[in-house]
Design a protein around this ligand. Structure first.
Ligand code: NOJ
Length: 561
């Protein structure tokens, strides 16, 4: 397996709107990030993934871009951005930017032109179709509820938008459009960035005749057309072309966000000899609690389900591609609330989950606030929410569809994207020290207890545990590159595995429950002489013949060869 800096990196994601507000308008900004660079340095991360900061009308918080080469007014100026980049580089931290090229904003100059007339030179930059029998061109549902098509009166045709109607999809079949995207990417790389996180990049190639989706939910007006736009017919060709024309010319890292990708397909996207991307964000473990009706149809899951999925990716990409390791981001609930215990064992379970992420093969990603053990939030009213996906769903289900509002609010409390977007909790002053104004989304009321100032001062905090995990990955290449073998596959309490590299061996033991659990390991593991690399409780003498793991305990041992 080839060794690369981006395999050894630990990435920290900043969602700028919620990170730090320097000018008191209630919205996080670039100068806010600049004021926290030493905090990031202290944590020890090597790469920042910055969610979009480009000019945008903010229908989807910057994932609707109206100008790829300018900075959003609320976030500051290009000079601020340059200062931020220089500040990161001075501290030895790299920067990857979000690349959102499946769609633009409807306020992007290309779309403004495109919608003017059928023969406009930009018409074919987007996906326009005539209606069918007075209805939309097909029955696809948008990822943000409702039809994926919007009728445009000026020319009497519909345009495709897989997300909001202010996010029209770009037409990647058009070579001129692809040239423009590659030029724009080159422009950013020449400004000194270190790579891209690519938004829903496996959606860019659609099956050209855009067939109707199968009717899976007859009670719904629109259906998921995923098989006609996920991992579409020309996707590998487009990514390879992007690699040849742009990416291969720089020493950078790339990660493609790819819903609906399986490990075999991911091995193609990330295979080292194929020239596409370095790694992908897969979604199988994020969809583990989604039922047949999608993400809001929340189903219980077991630890064996979870281990099965994680292990499939660990072994599936070993030697064939590369994994990204994450349990939350700006689109997902907080991991400690979802996979741990955000009550009594918040600190223990946050550290246990961190241990999992940082001791598997792949590149770990930390989402802002994860290093503090930040939790989900339960706002009382839908009016307290800001996320377009959540608001559209609520409107469709409750206001138009008559669903029980309490049940829908329960689902929002568990799965809504605003769980992750409440402002970063810096201290216990008003609005958690995030802003001196009124925050665009309220802070989580638990900020008085959970905040960075307290975490920095407490050597046993979640923050300091992350710091140590990050150091360990630098000290022990086996954590990055080692093979992974699952142990105790049938246990519903314990997640255990071994990592091996060039004759060295590590043992990872994780208790996923709030009870003490007895751990029965094979003899060669109990007997071998070993040292504790890290654990989330005070170290204690262990009886290896009857090993007990304390609630949410995490232990990582290194064997002496
Ligand atoms: C994925 C992004 O992570 C999400 O925040 C966004 O809403 C959609 N793509 C559309 O850009």
């Amino acid at each position: 397996m080839e060794r690369h800096w981006w395999k050894e990196a630990v990435v920290y994601q900043i969602y700028p709107r919620s990170f730090m507000d320097a000018n008191g308008d209630g919205i996080g900004d670039l100068r806010g990030i600049i004021s926290k660079l030493d905090y990031l340095k202290e944590l020890g991360v090597s790469v920042i993934w910055l969610s979009p900061v480009y000019r945008s009308p903010n229908d989807d918080n910057g994932y609707d871009i109206s100008d790829y080469q300018n900075i959003m007014d609320e976030f500051g100026t290009m000079a601020d951005w340059e200062e931020m980049l220089a500040g990161l580089h001075e501290r030895g931290i790299k920067l990857i930017m979000d690349l959102v090229v499946n769609h633009t904003s409807d306020e992007h100059a290309w779309f403004v032109e495109s919608r003017k007339s059928k023969d406009n030179p930009y018409r074919d930059y987007y996906i326009w179709r005539e209606g069918k029998d007075g209805c939309e061109p097909n029955n696809w549902e948008s990822c943000f509820s409702g039809s994926a098509w919007e009728y445009d009166e000026t020319t009497g045709e519909y345009f495709l938008h897989l997300f909001s109607k202010k996010q029209p999809d770009l037409n990647w079949e058009n070579e001129k459009l692809r040239d423009e995207i590659y030029k724009m990417m080159t422009w950013w790389l020449d400004k000194g960035i270190d790579g891209f996180r690519m938004d829903v990049i496996n959606f860019i190639s659609k099956v050209p005749n855009l067939p109707d989706a199968e009717i899976v939910h007859p009670d719904r007006p629109y259906q998921g057309g995923h098989r006609y736009f996920m991992n579409g017919p020309r996707i590998h060709e487009f990514l390879h072309e992007m690699h040849e024309r742009v990416l291969s010319k720089y020493d950078i890292m790339t990660v493609g966000e790819m819903p609906g990708v399986d490990a075999d397909e991911a091995a193609l996207y990330t295979g080292e000899d194929r020239g596409e991307v370095n790694m992908v964000f897969q979604f199988e473990h994020m969809d583990i609690d989604s039922g047949p009706r999608g993400k809001w149809d929340i189903q219980p899951f077991t630890l064996t389900d979870f281990k099965g999925l994680m292990s499939k990716w660990q072994t599936g990409l070993n030697g064939r591609g590369w994994n990204s390791l994450y349990l939350n981001n700006h689109d997902q609930p907080r991991m400690v609330s979802r996979f741990g215990d955000d009550g009594t064992y918040r600190v223990e379970s946050a550290k246990m989950l961190a241990t999992l992420l940082h001791t598997m093969q792949g590149t770990p990603y930390i989402y802002q606030g994860e290093e503090l053990g930040m939790t989900n939030v339960q706002f009382a009213s839908i009016d307290d929410y800001r996320d377009i996906e959540t608001l559209n769903m609520y409107r469709t289900e409750v206001i138009e569809g008559g669903a029980d509002p309490e049940q829908v609010m329960r689902a929002i409390h568990i799965k809504g994207r605003d769980n992750a977007r409440t402002p970063m909790q810096w201290d216990d002053s008003s609005h958690a020290g995030f802003t001196t104004g009124t925050p665009w989304l309220a802070v989580n009321p638990n900020y008085t207890e959970i905040h960075a100032k307290a975490a920095l001062a407490d050597p046993n905090s979640v923050f300091h545990y992350y710091k140590r995990l990050i150091e360990l990955r630098k000290e022990h290449p086996i954590l990055v590159y080692g093979d992974y073998t699952l142990l105790l596959a049938d246990s519903e309490q314990i997640y255990a595995y071994v990592r091996e590299l060039e004759g060295q061996r590590l043992l990872v033991l994780l208790n996923f429950t709030a009870e003490s659990v007895r751990c029965e390991l094979p003899g060669d593991l109990t007997d071998g002489e070993k040292e504790l690399l890290i654990g989330n409780y005070e170290a204690a003498e262990r009886d290896w013949q009857g090993l007990e793991l304390r609630p949410y305990e995490a232990l990582v041992y290194r064997f002496f060869c």
